[in-house]
Design a protein around this ligand. Sequence first.
Ligand SMILES: Cc1cc2nc3c(=O)[nH]c(=O)nc-3n(C[C@H](O)[C@H](O)[C@H](O)COP(=O)(O)O)c2cc1C
Length: 196
Amino acid sequence: MSDLGALIRSRRAIRKFRDGAVPERDMREVLEAARWAPSPANLQPARFIWVRDPKIKEELQALAAESKAMSAYWDPSFGPGGSSALVNDLRTPEVIAVCSDPAKSLTNVNDENGFEWAAAMSIYAMWLRAHSLGYGGVFVQHWLPDHAKRILNIPRLWRFLGTFTFGHAAEQKEQTRLPFDEVVFVDRFPGVARAR
Ligand SMILES: Cc1cc2nc3c(=O)[nH]c(=O)nc-3n(C[C@H](O)[C@H](O)[C@H](O)COP(=O)(O)O)c2cc1C
């Protein structure tokens, strides 16, 4: 798919995968997209762990279930029969864990979280690149982060963002978005402005 607009619109969150490895050259392409994402002052705080060992993937699979069960304590939609009960597949697809170094953030009068923004941009870049190569994928943020860090040997003070999983799609998804005029404003936020 060559048209970038069509690519952006047709990318979906794909959570069901067929067996079959992704060739190394495609893996590298997806990881290159992550590597070339922008970051504040080009500090490149994010790191990407390509989880290949089936034993580590099994540990993540168990943690994915535990993470959902923990959320279900507060929100039944994550529990059995709930609308968000699906435990993401960590066995079948390729798994790329994303972490980022808070020490590589600039002083910023807005917030000091540029390291997380940079990681997020890498994640979207990987998602689009995987889609452009014909794969389906999903970013999963729903993790007990300290447990994931222990499984993946991520340093304590680093932030674990989640996993981007992708592979051969076994489902097709439709999605909608809010209407253009509901999300895009001209000049100022709608409503009566307060005196400045
Ligand atoms: C920051 C972020 C966190 C997400 N976390 C999860 C997650 O934990 N599990 C999951 O299955 N999908 C997750 N998703 C996928 C969203 O549910 C999905 O992108 C959204 O429903 C829109 O669907 P679409 O991507 O097909 O357009 C996440 C997406 C984003 C951007």
